[in-house]
Design a protein around this ligand. Structure first.
Ligand SMILES: Cc1cc2nc3c(=O)[nH]c(=O)nc-3n(C[C@H](O)[C@H](O)[C@H](O)COP(=O)(O)OP(=O)(O)OC[C@H]3O[C@@H](n4cnc5c(N)ncnc54)[C@H](O)[C@@H]3O)c2cc1C
Length: 406
């Protein structure tokens, strides 16, 4: 079987598929998509709520319908499904595991588009045994839409991100009673209006409230929730859906040679998605857990174009230029990109940031004392905040680029 490619794309979700499309449109041949699931499509393939497609086709579409559309332009690109990339190595080497056993492939460029995971129950340190009926929103979608199974009859949703409300809709459509929606934050992490759905479906919403205990040994028998005054309430439920609190799928990065944030595992990548080894790029939700499907698709197109350009350039290429790290206050959890590549042709860039707790204020980007951006933002954890049109033309390797909220 063939071992060498121009570009290997790891992950056939929206970001990987878009990168493949952009490469194909730019005339790059000899591509390979690798996907660990049995079909391409990533998370939207498991979703049947109509919140996809607005940026790509200007109309709301169900996740699975949208995926069928975006698969069309890349259907001729070789795709290896049921194949997991288990490591990446310098020189564009990609080690894979499939029914054929272990193999090593190599490419001139590798694009990593491995997406995100939700934080499961064990990582949230919630007391109780390990009864059946505790799952994430992603697992709920797979139960209902792919396997046509109901994971319970009375479910509590934990979280108030957009994905929490899509879980609410999924429960309702499947005939499962949503018992309550519980979140530790004082207000919804998604837009305030999103709670309207809960009110319309007559689902009680508890903010400023945390899950203190899950009852039951074989099967969930209830759940204790505790509000900020310490008052505890027992909810009668047989299943719990933990939603959101996304973490990038960084397993490959953590054990690779690529420079990454030691705390989180996020790779250091520039405004074109290029990592510390110029043969590797990162794109999609793994670079900023987690944005919407269409947004990741648009980014995939950009990164695909950047890779096509890098392949055209002979040495020395722009990806050999030095990078400038972006520093930020502790309340800013991350910035995508994590570094700025100097000396390119782009005049401006956009930074996509996340905060660790709710905060309103002016977000300021500075190069030393000089302000490059200042704008008021109301920042909620898990919500993307875009700092647009930041002028990067004057940056040099002596610059100090920082983001703060004042
Ligand atoms: C439960 C849930 C509900 C969501 N609902 C919405 C919504 O309603 N609307 C919306 O716009 N967005 C929604 N999103 C977000 C949307 O799904 C993402 O924005 C989008 O899927 C990100 O695309 P991606 O390509 O970066 O990642 P993914 O879609 O996660 O694709 C990554 C792919 O990489 C594969 N992969 C990972 N590791 C490996 C490996 N080592 N080897 C091989 N393959 C690998 C995975 O199997 C997966 O197919 C939701 C997300 C979740 C989790």
């Amino acid at each position: 079987m063939k071992k060498n490619y121009k570009v290997i794309i790891i992950g056939a979700g929206p970001a990987g598929l878009a990168a493949a499309r952009a490469l194909k449109d730019a005339g790059v041949q000899d591509l390979l998509l690798i996907e660990r699931e049995s079909q391409a499509g990533g998370v939207p393939r498991h979703c049947q709520h109509p919140t996809f497609g607005l940026l790509t086709y200007f109309r709301p579409m169900k996740g699975n319908t949208w995926i069928k559309k975006i698969l069309q332009p890349v259907k001729e690109i070789p795709l290896r499904t049921d194949t997991t990339v288990i490591s990446i190595r310098p020189g564009g080497f990609v080690d894979i595991s499939s029914d054929n056993g272990l193999e090593t492939l190599q490419a001139k460029r590798v694009i990593i588009a491995t997406g995100v995971r939700e934080t499961p129950r064990h990582a949230r340190l919630i007391s109780g045994l390990r009864p059946q009926g505790v799952l994430t929103a992603g697992a709920l979608q797979q139960f209902i839409y792919l396997r046509k199974l109901k994971p319970g009859n009375r479910s509590v949703i934990v979280g108030s991100e957009l994905v929490s409300f899509s879980a609410l809709w999924t429960l309702y459509r499947a005939g499962i009673k949503p018992v309550a929606l519980v979140d530790e934050h004082p207000r919804p992490v998604a837009f305030r209006l999103s709670t309207l759905l809960a009110h319309l479906l007559r689902v009680p919403v508890h903010f400023n409230t945390r899950v203190s205990h899950i009852c039951g040994s074989e099967r969930v028998e209830g759940m204790d929730i505790t509000d900020k005054h310490g008052k505890t309430l027992r909810l009668d439920c047989d299943s719990v859906i933990f939603t959101g609190k996304f973490v990038g799928e960084y397993t490959l990065i953590l054990k690779s040679h690529l420079q990454h944030d030691k705390k989180t595992g996020r790779p250091l990548f520039d405004q074109h998605g290029c990592c510390s080894d110029r043969d590797f790029y990162a794109v999609g939700n793994m670079t900023h857990p987690a944005d919407m499907g269409d947004q990741c698709y648009q980014e995939g197109l950009q990164v695909g174009k950047a890779v096509a350009l890098a392949l055209q350039e002979e040495q020395p290429t722009q990806t050999d230029n030095p990078v400038l790290p972006i520093e930020h206050q502790d309340i800013i959890r991350m910035s995508a990109p994590a570094v700025i590549r100097l000396g390119g042709e782009d005049k401006t860039t956009t930074l996509n940031i996340r905060v660790s707790r709710p905060v309103s204020g002016e977000v300021v980007v500075r190069d030393g004392q000089r302000e490059l951006y200042r704008r008021r933002h109301r920042c909620m954890p898990e919500r993307r905040i875009l700092l647009k049109n930041i002028n990067i033309t004057h940056l040099t390797s002596d610059s100090t680029l920082s983001i703060s909220i004042e």
